[in-house]
Design a binder for this molecule. Structure first.
Ligand code: B4P
Length: 195
């Protein structure tokens, strides 16, 4: 299995780039944001609980998202690789993911870190809010809160994977296609080195 984490702050383009990467490489796409929104649409108890956190710009509790990822991994036995999008968002989630993959005799091959400055992030998210209908896109205060949560709780995940030299920084500014080329080049390079 060849497993990739697409990492970066809210609005850095993880969802946008994931779609293109899945098309090109055939990864199984696991987006915790998408999975949580699906639960919400179905009005499951998990979805209703999660929405209270999402609407405040906070992270959903670790045990909830780790449980979701664990089930998704089990549902995709035989996959040739996973693309993790928006997960892990805390060090506890990263440790749990490493344990879950180890049980499947696998690991993370590379963490691609999309770097975008904060003003551009807020601009993108406020723009997305005009059409997305997402409650967490609705106002700039929630956006600022999400960026703060990212710095305090999620950024340490990059330090965690840096210890095993898995992080590759990618310039996340530019057109969608330019950024996609940068990401693809790094995946191709890494795939060659593990074969
Ligand atoms: P997510 O759904 O993961 O979403 P995101 O971080 O907001 O956005 P992403 O980086 O995917 O940006 P996108 O491509 O859309 O999280 C939502 C919430 O769910 C979290 O706040 C949290 O509460 C909860 N959650 C999810 N996972 C969790 C976890 N593991 N643990 C705990 N809680 C969790 O791009 C943004 C916008 O920019 C789009 O409008 C796009 O069109 C635009 N854009 C993209 N690339 C561009 C470019 N190159 N130039 C200009 N615009 C661009």
């Amino acid at each position: 299995m060849f497993n990739v984490i697409l990492f970066g702050p809210p609005g850095s383009g993880k969802g946008t780039q994931s779609e293109k990467l899945v098309d090109k490489y055939g990864f199984v796409h696991l987006s915790t944001g998408d999975l949580l929104r699906k639960e919400r649409q179905l009005k499951t108890p998990l979805g209703i609980e999660a929405q209270q956190f999402i609407d405040k710009g906070q992270l959903v509790p670790d045990e909830v998202v780790i449980g979701m990822i664990s089930s998704a991994l089990d549902e995709n036995v035989g996959a040739s690789g996973f693309l993790f999008d928006g997960f892990p968002r805390t060090v506890a989630q990263a440790e749990a993911l490493d344990r879950l993959l180890a049980l499947k005799k696998s690991e993370i091959a590379v963490v691609l870190f999309l770097e975008v400055n904060e003003e551009e992030l807020i601009k993108r998210l406020v723009h997305r809010g005009k059409t997305s209908g997402r409650t967490d896109d609705a106002d700039e205060n929630i956006q600022r809160k999400r960026q703060e949560v990212y710095k305090n709780e999620t950024l340490p995940v990059a330090a965690y994977y840096s210890k095993s030299k898995k992080v590759v920084n990618i310039d996340g500014m530019g057109t969608v296609d330019e950024i996609f080329s940068r990401l693809s080049a790094q995946i191709d390079k890494k795939m060659k080195s593990v074969v």
